[in-house]
Design a protein around this ligand. Structure first.
Ligand SMILES: Cc1ncc(COP(=O)(O)O)c(C=O)c1O
Ligand SMILES: N[C@@H](CCCC[NH3+])C(=O)O
Length: 444
């Protein structure tokens, strides 16, 4: 068990986060409830930025907003001087609604629509990370029509197999993302873009995967890319301004996870790129990174209320909570593991082992298998740790469960930043099919 950031136990013996009692939060805002430790998000953001400053390297730390995209989070990212990675019109719209400086937004995605690209160009986006030839042609078309020029990065796949879950690998050759670096696609994309006055090619991007604990993959990717950049410098006089090495820095969900401190990833990357650039007589490019999970993952917890139990004699005890795969699909999707405590006695000795079940109509809707807990009473508040990344952002309305509320906690104050959905909200986009007369008939 590990308490991240400001998480601790208060004088009443209850779990607290951001200086606020977790049970009080559950009572005030209901459950399931996402709570973020704002100080920890700030600490992570500053840690990344400091590392670049320490090494005297020009950089952009872009928060990968897919991890948790809301107005409040985007505002926090802006306040901390981060840039922003968005992957859809929806995330871009959210960033705009939050007043995020548009020149610091980078637009990602393997299938951006014409409308999304038009929106990006219309608002004057900082850069578009072009993923494939189809997009290159589409963007050219849009720029020609609007007499605009787009700053772009080319996303390349360096052919790196990072050690992580298959579904969150992205830098390998057989991937839906990016231009292949080895087979000539990346070079052709570069030539095409350089030959076109509608583009300013800022540099290249790669992202090798997510929840990665070693630096080997990043270093290998940097090596392959810089070698190619050196070749492109000689062949096409292309001087890269930017080398974006994506996100993917792992965090500690359970004792099994052994991440490096976030700044250590950055420090090793910088050292490697500096030495590669020097050995290829290249100017040191700006280094951009795109952390998502490592900025917000361990800063988030989810509070649930416990409900029914079921004993399977000799096998296990199920303890169900009032949420599940609808608010956190990661265990079902990636067999992701989490730790949890009872908020009323987080340090109490474990007396039993229970498996935490969600309330959705799926056997696979399990949040935690074999969790040691003290004897739990009725309607306890269970706090699941490290749910800050890809939890709320992947939440859904399966079984018509309304999505939870989200609270930011900092310096003893709590602020509601996303309202809990209501049943009414669920019906907001439903339209009747049968007229009332037909409905009457249907009922008979
Ligand atoms: C292109 C890109 N950048 C950044 C990220 C953020 O990754 P992470 O949350 O692991 O830092 C992702 C997600 O894996 C991604 O696909
Ligand atoms: N959504 C994933 C990671 C994929 C990140 C996006 N490229 C997770 O929950 O771990």
């Amino acid at each position: 068990m590990h308490f991240h950031g400001t998480i601790g136990v208060n004088q009443a013996g209850n779990l607290e986060i951001g200086g606020v009692d977790a049970i009080e939060l559950a009572n005030r805002y209901g459950t399931p409830l996402y709570v973020y430790d704002v100080a920890l998000i700030r600490e992570r953001a500053r840690g990344f930025k400091r590392e670049f400053e320490k090494h005297g390297v020009k950089a952009q730390v872009a928060y990968a907003s897919k991890a948790f995209s809301t107005i409040a989070m985007t505002q926090l990212a802006a306040e901390e001087g981060l840039s922003l990675d968005v992957v859809s019109g929806g995330e871009l719209y959210t960033a705009r609604a939050a007043g995020f400086p548009v020149e610091k937004i980078h637009f990602h995605g393997n299938n951006k629509s014409r409308e999304e690209l038009e929106m990006a160009i219309d608002v004057g986006i900082g850069c578009v990370v072009v993923d494939n030839f189809h997009e290159l042609a589409l963007l050219k078309d849009i720029c020609a029509e609007k007499q605009a020029k787009a700053s772009i990065l080319l996303r390349v796949t360096p052919g790196i197999e990072a050690h992580t879950h298959d579904y969150i690998l992205t830098g390998q050759e057989d991937s839906k993302f990016g231009f292949d670096l080895q087979n000539g696609q990346a070079e052709l994309a570069l030539k095409t873009a350089l030959d076109d006055s509608h583009f300013e090619v800022l540099g290249v991007h790669c992202h090798i995967g997510s929840q990665i604990f070693e630096t080997t993959g990043f270093i290998l990717a940097a090596k392959k890319i810089v070698e190619k950049l050196a070749y492109w410098k000689n062949s096409y006089s292309f001087k890269t301004k930017v080398l974006n090495l994506g996100g993917g820095f792992g965090i500690r969900y359970t004792d099994e996870d052994r991440p490096l401190p976030p700044s250590a990833y950055v420090s090793e990357i910088i050292t490697e790129v500096k030495s590669l650039a020097a050995s290829h007589s290249m100017e040191m490019p700006e280094i951009w990174i795109e952390p998502g999970r490592s900025l917000v993952g361990d800063a988030g917890i989810t509070l649930y209320k416990t409900g029914s139990t079921k004993e399977v004699p000799g096998v296990r005890k199920y303890l169900a909570v009032d949420g599940g795969m609808s608010d956190n699909i990661r265990p079902a999707l990636y067999q992701a593991k989490y730790e949890a405590v009872l908020a009323s006695r987080p340090l109490a000795e474990a007396k039993e082992t229970v498996s935490i079940a969600g309330k959705c109509c799926e056997s696979g809707d399990m949040l935690i298998w074999d969790l040691p807990l003290p004897d739990s009473g009725k309607q306890e508040i269970l706090a699941v740790f490290c749910t800050g990344a890809y939890g709320y952002s992947m939440a859904n309305n399966y079984n018509r469960l309304p999505r939870p509320a989200v609270v930011f906690a900092e310096n003893g104050e709590a602020a509601l930043v996303v309202k809990r959905e209501t049943y009414e909200d669920l019906l907001q986009h439903d339209l009747p099919y049968l007229s009332s007369v037909k409905k009457e008939t249907a009922r008979k």
